[in-house]
Structures are given as structure tokens and as C-alpha cells.
Design a binder for this molecule. Structure first.
Ligand SMILES: *Cc1c(COP(=O)(O)O)cnc(C)c1O
Length: 812
């Protein structure tokens, strides 16, 4: 993009003055942020419009990615970079005596997602735009994001995240594209004069869905896609019916909060309302846009692909059926043919408690017409399957079971594609969780291993590494990630390894400064920075990490003279507010931090840092400084993981169970270049099957485990109010559901191997380099290309040939 530094300065000054009516010199960081974001948005609007028109002119097939969560992170730097303006803007600001680093901190980081699922959706939006694939996001504009996490006396406290306090510059309220979503009331079918069955509604709650569109900027390719987030409002013509603030509640609450839990849904009426609201508005707006293509309705699957990100948007299936039958007057058979060719579904979890099931009564009264359609989908499914597969399989795969609607079953039956998010996860779906469906529809199942956008997670988060890569292997890797493997050629190049070490140290110093600033803890940048950042959940096993830290502490106390490698354990994790056990683990970690960080015997040998309010912006600070990536879930439980990919790409060495995408990380980088420990998924299944696991025997029989568990309950850790006992009980009394004690010994051994290797810096650096070089396959560009080719059948529509190119595909 052509803009000189001087032009930028001129235009920026104008922009600033038009907003604030006084000169730039007097602006606050926040005002500069607003002015700069507005400047960038103005700048991109032409490309946004052009992209829309280009897709329409090409009669391009579009994909709509439906997700209850997006976790985009800050957008100013990302958008400026992808527009090709970053250097000019930085230089211009510099001349004005301003700094992008400071200004950027004034941008809120929208927490419209819980964790990996939402972040994946946002990485995908970045890759869709960067590949010039017509791809749209569809979700909810939550008035309040995920709670802001604070620690008070080491306990998590949740406060509302008022992320829209200052205007959100990036979004455009698009009143032209509103639609109405109906809830409840009475519904019946009536024959009209033309002989059609017409659907009649009475006494419904009508909600106006207002879209807020946000530009998704492609990487230097003039492509700007759209993320559409819906907000619930009172229909203009019904304003009179809502005279009091209280009466407006039932409508405004629909898009008020993001549910703070991605692995456990109680039967919440409001959650179901949110899901249908987003789905109905999204599908209505798709059909409206589709009419512009002027092709017969039966060709909808040639022009539209709808993706269901986890089961939350699975009501897309009955909603599309409803609109095709009731509004477009197609027959059931025609509508069904179109619907299942249009929809595809990604499964994200095997956790039982996360597989959504809605009470039939709730669905029936909230969404009467939708329920009728689900009943009919189910009736036809059962009728078709009974003679082919018999009673057992048919009833186990039915959508309606014991008074609930099984959303995963609806999603599988109504889609042409079902994918898992890592090889192992897809295998587990086919062999266990969705086994019966795999028997019925084997052709629907496929794997799409998750990915991350390297633009945010390397180019921007780690400019030092990016520059080193550019110097060593040229800049091609930015457009063709598989070029990263060329970096492997430098594994024995002393100069490169030293440069790599210097970059890591610089990143660690920056993080150390930040730790001192926000946590008031001094850490040694020469220590191993050991990082576990992800939602707090028992299956992710932060408590295994905790036990090892305590073990280490006891070792140093017992034998202070031995030769230890200093270690800083870094955590970031929010716990769902209702998840007591997870919150108890947070408290235990914070108390252990108090213990070790203030013990003069320990000094630099051990430090524990638990950041408050983990999110994308924190991840961007932590990841480039990490030496060790903790990916220690119980094998089979983590569907993919993506922090493992981000950390590897930044040169951290992975400490992993063979779970999720860790398996593929191992395959690409080679077993000798990461630290694998613990039970395999197969062993976990066998151990569960045998039903003879005895955690108490491990506690009583193994000295290290004994000592560590005792330290949790005997007052060694200060300030606990029973949380140590809670942990002890879950592990011993309740027999350790996630086999923490079983994996403990091999985890400790792997941790010792890490120390040993770290002492041999050239070897450590070599392995770090090999990890960076092997991270290319986890570029979301590849993941998206595979979704586009295999599932969505959508093409790249570049305007200038500058789409990110994918020359070869490193993942078979
Ligand atoms: C990448 C990311 C996650 C996912 O982490 P996992 O270790 O895969 O669970 C969660 N939250 C944020 C903010 C992320 O950037």
C-alpha cells in the first residue's frame, strides 16, 4: 500500500484534529488509539467494499463460519501490519514523538470467547482473508465479554468486562441488514389459498437482530472479509410495548454475557436463546445475500457453505429447513437435500459434560416450530435406520433421547462433513464418541488438525525471531509457511544459534520486566521459563504441574547445596466461576507462589508467576519468552490444543503427553526434540477399562508422591483454607479421575531431562531451532486450505495475485 511517512503524518494530524479539535501534541494514549484506529479503518474501507463486490462479481461461493465465540485479540497492530502500513505508521508516530507500543495498550482486547475454540475461530478468520477465500464469521456481540479475572488473597474474583465502554472503532453497525428472530408463542400450519401449507405464529417474542460488521484484513492482498456479530434489540415498531426498563430485560439479556464455561452447560434457557438468536439471524442474512446471485434455490450449496463450530450453532440445520420450507415453499425432501449439502460440523471435545443436550420441553416452548422440524428429522432418521442397523444403533444415534435433544447427533445427521481437530481426536471420535455414526456415515468423517496464524503469533508477537528468519531463509516463509523448514539447515550454525539465544534472552528480559511491573516479583532472565497458559481444567492438569513444583521446592529445601537449574514457572488461566475445583487449584498455585517466591533459601532457583486475566494480549507477551511449553493433559482428553503450536513456533520445547496435536508435533519435529511422558491414549482407555486404578496405593507406596501430597495438607503451603485438602481428596479419596499420580513419576523424570538438556546450551538451542523449523504445518493457512478444498469447496479469489500462496502441503 502506497503511503509515505510524511503523507501519514499529515493525514493522521487531520484525523486527530477532526476527532478532538486540538493538536496531536495534546492527545492522550487513548485518544491517539482512537484516532489511529479510525485512520486505519478509513484506509481499509475501500478494500472492504471492493472485496464484497469482487466476490459478488465472481459469483463466488461463500463460507459462513458460525461460532458462539471469537477471540480476536487487539486489532490495531494486526490490521496495520496486514495492510502493509506498519513500518510507515511506526516511523510516522516516532516523528510525532509517539509510540505504537504505548498507544496499542489503550486498545481493549475483546474477550468474546473462553479459550481455544474462540481463538481458533479468529485464527481462521485471519487465514480466510489472507488466502482471499470468501469467508464470513457469524457470532454474537456480547455486551460484556468473558469476566475480567482478579486475584484477591490468591482467590479468583470475577468482575464484568465492560469492553464497549469506549466506542469500538472497528465495528460498523449495519442497520440495513437487520432481521427479526421469533421466540415462543403458538405455531400451527394452515393451508392457504394457493394450497401451500403456511406456518402461522401468534404471541411470539420478536427480537430485532442488528449486525455489527468488523473487517477481517488479509495479509497484504487487498482482501477484507467480514465478521458479523449480532446484537439483540427491541423491534422499532414495538417500542411502545416496552415502556419500562424492566420490560426490556428479556430482550437485552440475550446478547448481554458470554457464558463463562466452555465445557459444561447446564440446561440454561438463556443460552439456548443465544444460540437460536445467532443462528436465525445468520441464516436469514445468508439467504438474503444469496438472492443477489440470481441462481435457483436448489443451487444454494454451490454458493453457500455453512460451518458449525462445535454444536452450539447446530440449530442452523432446522433453521435452514424452516426458512426453505416456510418462506421459500420447498418440499421437505428438497429442503433436506439442500440443508445437509450446505452444512458441515466440527467436533471440539470428548468431554461428556460438554456435549450439549437440551430438555425437549424447553426447546418445545422456546422454539416451537424448530422443535417440530427436529422431531420430523428424527422421525425420518429413525425410520430409515431401523431396518438397516437395528434397534441398538438406531436409538443410540437418535436426536431425541430420554426427553433431551442431542445436539451433536443433530449436527452429524444434518451435515455432509464431520471433522475432529487433530489426528488422535478424530480417531477417538470414530472409535469411541461417535462410533455408531462412523458406522452409518463413514464418508462424512475427516480430520482437520487445528492451526494458528503465524502473522499474529510470530510476525507480530516475535519481531526478533521474524527478522532472524528473514535474514537466514528470506521472506518467502511469510507467504508460504512450508519454507520455514529451510531454517533446519542452520541447526549446526553457531552464529545462528547464538542469535537465536540472544533473541530469546531479550524476550525473556522484557517479560521479566513486565513480571516485576505487574506481579512485583523479580525473576532471573537466565532461568528456564516454563509456561502453562490455557483455561484451568482438571483434564489439562495444572495440578500435575503444581505437584512437581512442590516436589522441586522440597528437594531444594532438603538439599540446598546441590546444583539446580533455576526455573520460573509461569501460569495464565481463568477458571469458570462455578467450577470450584479449578478455583481451588488457582488458590493453591498462588499460595505456592507466596511460599517459594519469598523463601530466602530458594532465591532464584524457583519462582512461580501466575498472571491475572489471561487472554490473547498476555499470550502475545508470554509466548515469545517461553523455553518450555507445558502440554500435559491426560492423553485422549485434549482435542487438539493450539497453545502448543504457538509456543513451538516461538522456539519453546514441548513437554507433553501424547495427546491432541502433541502427537503431530512429535511426528514433525522428531521424538528426540521434545519431552514426552505419561500414559498414551490407548493406555488410558485400557486403564479405565480395567477399573483397577488405585490412587491411594500410589500415595502410600511412592515416597515422592507421599511427601508432596502431605505438603499440601500439613501447613507447608501457607494461607490455604482447605484447598490443599480438596486437592488431596480428589487425588486420593476420589481416586484421581485424571490419573495425575499415575503420570507423576514420568513427569518428574522428564522435568529432570529438561534441566540436563538446558545445561547443554548448544544442544538446547539446536532443538529450539528445529522446533521453529518444524512448526510450519501448524499454520492455519494450511488448515483453512484443507477445509476449503475438502469440506467447503470454496476457492481463493485474489484481486492482485498477492494472496498468501501455498506451494506444497507439509501435512499428509
Ligand atoms: C491459544 C489460546 C488458547 C488455547 O490454549 P490451549 O492450550 O490450546 O487450551 C486459549 N486462550 C488464549 C488466549 C489463547 O491465545
Amino acid at each position: 500500500m502506497d503511503l509515505t511517512v510524511n503523507e501519514f503524518i499529515e493525514q493522521y494530524k487531520k484525523q486527530f484534529q477532526s476527532l478532538y479539535a486540538y493538536p496531536v501534541e495534546e492527545g492522550t494514549d487513548e485518544q491517539h488509539y482512537s484516532a489511529l484506529a479510525q485512520f486505519i479503518k478509513n484506509h481499509l474501507s475501500t478494500y472492504w467494499k471492493d472485496t464484497r463486490e469482487r466476490y459478488l462479481d465472481n459469483s463466488a461461493k461463500q463460507v459462513y463460519y458460525f461460532s458462539m465465540e471469537f477471540l480476536p485479540g487487539r486489532q490495531l497492530r494486526n490490521n496495520t501490519y496486514n495492510l502493509g502500513l506498519l513500518d510507515v505508521v511506526k516511523e510516522g508516530l516516532d516523528e510525532l514523538g509517539l509510540s505504537l507500543d504505548t498507544i496499542e495498550e489503550a486498545e481493549v482486547d475483546p474477550a468474546l470467547g473462553n479459550g481455544g475454540l474462540g481463538r481458533l475461530a479468529s485464527c481462521f478468520m485471519d487465514s480466510l482473508a489472507s488466502l482471499s477465500i470468501p469467508g464470513n464469521g457469524n457470532g454474537i456481540r456480547y455486551r460484556y465479554g468473558l469476566f475480567r479475572q482478579k486475584f484477591v488473597d490468591g482467590y479468583q474474583v470475577e468482575v464484568p468486562e465492560n469492553w464497549l465502554r469506549n466506542r469500538n472503532i472497528w465495528e460498523t453497525r449495519n442497520t440495513k441488514s437487520t432481521c427479526t428472530v421469533r421466540f415462543g408463542g403458538n405455531v400451527w400450519l394452515e393451508k392457504n389459498q394457493q394450497g401451500y401449507m403456511e406456518t402461522k405464529y401468534e404471541d411470539t417474542l420478536n427480537v430485532l437482530a442488528v449486525p455489527y460488521d468488523t473487517p477481517m484484513v488479509g495479509y497484504q492482498n487487498n482482501t477484507i472479509n467480514n465478521l458479523r456479530l449480532w446484537s439483540a434489540e427491541i423491534p422499532v415498531e414495538e417500542e411502545d410495548q416496552y415502556p419500562t426498563l424492566e420490560s426490556r430485560e428479556p430482550i437485552s439479556e440475550i446478547t448481554q454475557v458470554l457464558y463463562p464455561d466452555d465445557s459444561n452447560y447446564e440446561g440454561q434457557l438463556l443460552r439456548l436463546k443465544q444460540e437460536y438468536f445467532m443462528v436465525s439471524a445468520g441464516v436469514q442474512s445468508i439467504l438474503r445475500h444469496f438472492r443477489k446471485y440470481n441462481v435457483p434455490r436448489k443451487n444454494l450449496p454451490d454458493k453457500v457453505a455453512i460451518h458449525i463450530n462445535d454444536t452450539h450453532p447446530a440449530l442452523v440445520i432446522p433453521e435452514l429447513m424452516r426458512l426453505l420450507m416456510d418462506d421459500e415453499h420447498l418440499s421437505w425432501e428438497q429442503a433436506w437435500e439442500i440443508t445437509h449439502k450446505t452444512c458441515s460440523y466440527t467436533n471440539h471435545t470428548i468431554l461428556r459434560e460438554a456435549l450439549e443436550k437440551w430438555p425437549v420441553d424447553m426447546m418445545k416452548s422456546l422454539l416451537p416450530r424448530i422443535y417440530m422440524i427436529i422431531e420430523e428429522i428424527n422421525r425420518r432418521f429413525v425410520e430409515q435406520m431401523l431396518p438397516l442397523y437395528g434397534e441398538r444403533i438406531t436409538w443410540q444415534t437418535a436426536i431425541l433421547q430420554n426427553g433431551v435433544v442431542n445436539m451433536a447427533h443433530l449436527a452429524v445427521i444434518g451435515s455432509h462433513s464431520v471433522n475432529g481437530v487433530a489426528k488422535l481426536h478424530t480417531e477417538i471420535l470414530m472409535e469411541d464418541v461417535l462410533k455408531d455414526f462412523f458406522e452409518i456415515y463413514p464418508e462424512r468423517f475427516n480430520n482437520k488438525t487445528n492451526g494458528i496464524t503465524q502473522r499474529r503469533w510470530i510476525h507480530l508477537a516475535n519481531p526478533g525471531l521474524t527478522k532472524l528468519l528473514d535474514n537466514k531463509i528470506g521472506e518467502q516463509w511469510k507467504r508460504n509457511p512450508s519454507e520455514l523448514k529451510v531454517f533446519k539447515g542452520f541447526e549446526r550454525d553457531k552464529e545462528t544459534l547464538e542469535q537465536l539465544a540472544a533473541i530469546k534472552l531479550k524476550n525473556k528480559k522484557e517479560l521479566a520486566d513486565y513480571i516485576e511491573k505487574v506481579k512485583n516479583v523479580k525473576v532471573n532472565p537466565e532461568a528456564i521459563f516454563d509456561v502453562q497458559i490455557k483455561r484451568l481444567h482438571a483434564y489439562k492438569r495444572q495440578h500435575l504441574n503444581v505437584l512437581h513444583i512442590l516436589h522441586r521446592y522440597l528437594e531444594i529445601k532438603r538439599n540446598p547445596k546441590a546444583d539446580y537449574v533455576p526455573r520460573v514457572f509461569i501460569f495464565g488461566a481463568k477458571a469458570a466461576p462455578s467450577y470450584t475445583y479449578a478455583k481451588q487449584i488457582i488458590k493453591v498455585i498462588n499460595s505456592i507462589a507466596d511460599l517459594v517466591n519469598n523463601d530466602p533459601d530458594i532465591g532464584d532457583l524457583l519462582k512461580v508467576v501466575f498472571f491475572e486475566n489471561y487472554g490473547v494480549s498476555l499470550a502475545e507477551k508470554i509466548i515469545p519468552a517461553a523455553d518450555v511449553s507445558e502440554q500435559i493433559s491426560l492423553a485422549s482428553m485434549e482435542a487438539s490444543g493450539t497453545s502448543n503450536m504457538k509456543l513451538m513456533a516461538n522456539g519453546a520445547l514441548t513437554l507433553a503427553t501424547l495427546d491432541g496435536a502433541n502427537v503431530e508435533i512429535k511426528d514433525f519435529v522428531g521424538e528426540e526434540n521434545l519431552f514426552v511422558f505419561g500414559l498414551t491414549s490407548k493406555e488410558v482407555y485400557e486403564l479405565k477399562g480395567r477399573q483397577d486404578y488405585n490412587a491411594r496405593a500410589l500415595y502410600e507406596g511412592q515416597d515422592k508422591i507421599h511427601a508432596v501430597l502431605n505438603a499440601l495438607t500439613d501447613g507447608t503451603v501457607p494461607g490455604l483454607q482447605g484447598e490443599g485438602h480438596a486437592l488431596f481428596d480428589s487425588l486420593v479419596q476420589y481416586n484421581d479421575e485424571y490419573f495425575v499420580l499415575k503420570d507423576f513419576e514420568s513427569y518428574v523424570t522428564a522435568q529432570e531431562d529438561i534441566d540436563t538438556l538446558y545445561r547443554n546450551q548448544p544442544e538446547w538451542l539446536r532443538k529450539s531451532l528445529l522446533n521453529i523449523a518444524a512448526s510450519a504445518p501448524f499454520s492455519a493457512d494450511y488448515t483453512i486450505k484443507r477445509y476449503a478444498d475438502d469440506i467447503w469447496k470454496v476457492k481463493q479469489h485474489s484481486s492482485n495475485g498477492f494472496a498468501v500462496t501455498i506451494l506444497d502441503e507439509p501435512l499428509a
